[in-house]
Design a protein around this ligand. Structure first.
Ligand code: FE2
Ligand code: FE2
Length: 405
């Protein structure tokens, strides 16, 4: 049984929620509070898996309540349910809530958000990491990209194209921007093809307040970057994004799948950043062991931490409300058969693109034993002739590199 608490000062809304989720009463233990104070008192008695709170409430608003919850119960999944009226407050909550749903909220959307929050709790098997990831507000960027985006945004007439190009090269910025566009608050279409399109939809003014007032971006510690030889994680990620899109197009996947493959490719190793900044020495040791013993890094991570960068990344993306196909691609990029999907999805492209990129660039810590993709997985897909697809892709890659040469 999962513990869910709903908080709203409007009794009609609480009654509506009660009625809407009555059919869930055998799976969810629901509590209802009409103020932040009451919610915190209830949580003192019984910690919650998920809190869904209104934003505008007298005395303690939703952002203040979720901040208190974050401090005391970092693993509780925090969802804001609010009207569109107060953009300033909404922007302030960007760093505190995992997800934002807009009022009036469709029952299925809310159920999905709550269910996903609950099921993610079973993903990591490492309470320390769960707390770390639930508490993350931003993901650090490559220092030179961070400086570049600040410079562009401070310029008199910032170019959206230029901002998009910078964001697309950075794992942390792409992840954060995707979280924002996928939040119902901004009222944007759920499918966004690229960071540039996301920036266009958000608008320069919103991006400026996010960056300068709310500080959604930050810099990766330059010393750590150097110690771990981590710069290559960024170039690898951009390459995997581009490869994954091409692989999806060669498989004649639709444009939504190709766009998601591209975005998932850019952020597929986001878990590595999370582990590096939070478990510094332990993670440096894991990378060292992987190189020393010539074993894939994710296997060393599993032994040392009980989880892998793929699962840590997917956990964060799930909490942040990313589309399922992207979360799935990140979660299973090393072990696609575990996803149990029988047709071509962004995961397929990211799995192959990732191995192809590692193999080509000879990144020692992640070359799998045979430097090959999971053949049984590719053959298990009903809608793919994998031999033909891979041959087409190799030809395409050759064509592109011949053009560049
Ligand atoms: Fe990986
Ligand atoms: Fe990778």
């Amino acid at each position: 049984m999962k513990n869910i608490i709903f908080v709203d000062d409007d009794m009609d809304i609480l009654t509506g929620l009660k009625r809407m989720f009555r059919p869930m009463r055998h799976e969810w233990k629901m509590s209802f509070a009409s103020s932040g104070k009451e919610a915190l008192e209830l949580m003192d008695g019984e910690p919650m898996d998920v809190i869904v709170s209104d934003m505008r409430m007298p005395e303690m608003n939703g952002a203040q309540l979720l901040m208190a919850v974050k401090e005391k119960w970092p693993q509780t999944v925090r969802i804001i349910l609010s009207g569109h009226s107060d953009q300033e407050l909404i922007l302030r909550s960007v760093e505190i809530a995992h997800r934002y749903l807009a009022k009036p909220c469709d029952g299925d959307v809310m159920r999905e958000a709550v269910e996903r929050g609950c099921s993610l709790r079973n993903m990591l098997h490492n309470p320390e990491l769960e707390s770390i990831v639930s508490g993350l507000e931003s993901l650090p960027s490559l220092p030179h990209l961070y400086t570049e985006i600040i410079d562009v945004l401070k310029s008199p007439d910032p170019s959206i194209k230029k901002i998009g190009e910078i964001v697309e090269q950075d794992i942390g910025m792409t992840t954060k921007i995707l979280q924002l566009v996928n939040s119902a608050f901004f009222g944007l279409p759920r499918h966004v093809a690229s960071p540039t399109q996301a920036i266009t939809l958000l608008g320069i003014d919103v991006v400026k307040s996010l960056v300068f007032a709310i500080q959604v971006f930050s810099q990766f510690d330059a010393k750590l970057l150097h110690e771990l030889h981590f710069e290559k994680v960024w170039s690898h990620s951009v390459n995997v994004g581009n490869l994954a899109r091409m692989l999806a197009m060669e498989a004649h996947a639709d444009s939504v799948c190709a766009d998601q493959a591209y975005l998932a490719g850019i952020i597929h190793d986001v878990g590595k950043l999370i582990l590096a900044i939070n478990l510094r020495d332990q993670y440096a040791g894991a990378i060292h062991n992987a190189v020393e013993k010539n074993v894939p890094l994710f296997m060393v991570e599993r032994d040392a931490l009980g989880t892998t960068h793929a699962e840590v990344g997917a956990y964060l993306l799930g909490l942040w409300g990313m589309p399922d196909a992207i979360v799935e691609a990140v979660a299973y990029h090393h072990a696609p058969l575990e996803a149990r999907v029988k047709y071509f999805v962004p995961l397929t492209a990211v799995h192959v693109g990732n191995l192809y990129e590692h193999y080509n660039h000879n990144i020692p810590e992640e070359i799998p034993a045979e430097a090959g993709w999971d053949e049984p997985y590719l053959q298990s897909l009903d809608d793919l002739d994998s031999a033909k697809w891979l041959a087409d892709c190799r030809a395409k890659i050759k064509e592109v590199s011949d053009d560049e040469a």
